[in-house]
Design a protein around this ligand. Structure first.
Ligand SMILES: C=CC1=C(C)c2cc3[nH]c(cc4nc(cc5[nH]c(cc1n2)c(C)c5CCC(=O)O)C(CCC(=O)O)=C4C)c(C)c3C=C
Ligand SMILES: [Fe+2]
Ligand SMILES: [Fe+2]
Length: 309
């Protein structure tokens, strides 16, 4: 009898490799009913077309400043390659939500590879309907009844994962007491939170877990804070905004950790490293440092082993 063939599928958002793919990313994102939550598909389509048309050129200028592509694709490919080398008993695949490789095509390959069992691991440690739920629904829709599926919805409480985050924070600076640590999370419209999305609650819990671990290790920052970046459009989003948070630290030092992301992307390489750095400079912040995401580090591969155990 043939042994079960198991797959680990890493789900993420995707990102543009060129301007045409940025249009694809934005079009797919704003046609996602988890992002624009109105009932009418027609209204969503009209708003999506309006946003894409008005946003494309200005958004592309940001990608030009980071080498004409999002780093998310190459970094995720490296993560998958390492997982395939180091995680035994599983074939690892990646599926992106808004740019290739799409679920539909990866699932065809998985069927050819005779996969029977699947673990779905969305690369978002905190659950949001806009990210985790959207990616899971998309995969499950195309997978139909082809595999036995197990789902990992969150992993922000996983100790090995949190050690990876702390390693990066600790390696970035010599004297924590002279720095204000800001966990910067991607924002979310307040009405999505009010409708029951657990992201904000889990984000607060995650910051508490990391703060407690830092103090257990005797590492005491001047302050530890949570703020939200990347607001899009006129609605109210989660607060405090990163910009307002930075205003508290004129003449002080700041270390940013991008807590919502697992793999570096345009929101870390452009927004945090270029755009908010300029804002920090204008505010008069002395030193402004940005941590890397866990990316394809050996430590994160070990954490994945623990998460899927
Ligand atoms: C209504 C709009 C958006 C919601 C809600 C949203 C939630 C959300 N997004 C991420 C992670 C990423 N978002 C990225 C880019 C990006 N996000 C939005 C809008 C919303 N995100 C836009 C329009 C864009 C494109 C860039 C821009 O025009 O500003 C990315 C980067 C992808 C890349 O190119 O590298 C990531 C990653 C999370 C975690 C989240 C909710 C929790
Ligand atoms: Fe986003
Ligand atoms: Fe952004």
């Amino acid at each position: 009898m043939q042994k079960n063939k198991k797959a680990l599928v890493l789900l993420n958002m995707g990102g543009a490799r060129n301007k045409a793919e940025l249009k694809m990313f934005l079009t797919n994102m704003f046609n996602d009913k988890n992002i624009l939550t109105m009932k009418s598909n027609l209204l969503r389509k009209l708003i999506a077309t309006f946003i894409v048309t008005s946003r494309l050129d200005s958004a592309w200028k940001n990608y030009e400043k980071i080498g004409n592509e999002s780093p998310i694709n190459k970094l995720t490919e490296k993560l998958v390659q390492k997982a395939n080398e180091k995680i035994e008993d599983f074939m690892t695949y990646q599926v992106m939500r808004y740019t290739p490789p799409f679920a539909k095509n990866v699932i065809e390959q998985m069927k050819k590879d005779e996969i029977t069992e699947v673990i779905l691991l969305p690369l978002y440690s905190q659950y949001s309907t806009t990210t985790t739920k959207s990616s899971l629904e998309d995969f499950i829709y195309f997978a139909k009844d082809n595999f036995k599926i197990q789902i990992i919805e969150t992993f922000y409480k996983n100790d090995s994962f949190n050690e990876c985050i702390l390693d990066e924070i600790i390696s970035k600076i010599q004297s924590p007491s002279e720095y204000n640590l800001i966990f910067s999370a991607h924002g979310l419209p307040q009405k999505i939170v009010d409708a029951g999305d657990p992201y904000e609650k889990q984000m607060n819990e995650h910051v508490k877990i990391l703060s407690d671990k830092l103090s257990q290790k005797g590492i005491n920052f001047k302050s530890i804070n949570l703020a939200y970046q990347s607001k899009v459009g006129p609605l109210k989003w989660l607060e405090p905004s990163l910009e307002n948070m930075l205003k508290n630290f004129k003449n002080e030092n700041v270390l940013i950790y991008p807590i919502a992301f697992i793999v570096d992307n345009s929101e870390t390489d452009f927004e945090l490293d270029i755009e908010y750095r300029e804002i920090a400079h204008e505010i008069g912040i002395k030193d402004y440092k940005v941590c890397k995401c866990v990316n394809d580090s050996d430590e994160f591969i070990e954490a994945i082993k623990d998460i899927i155990k």
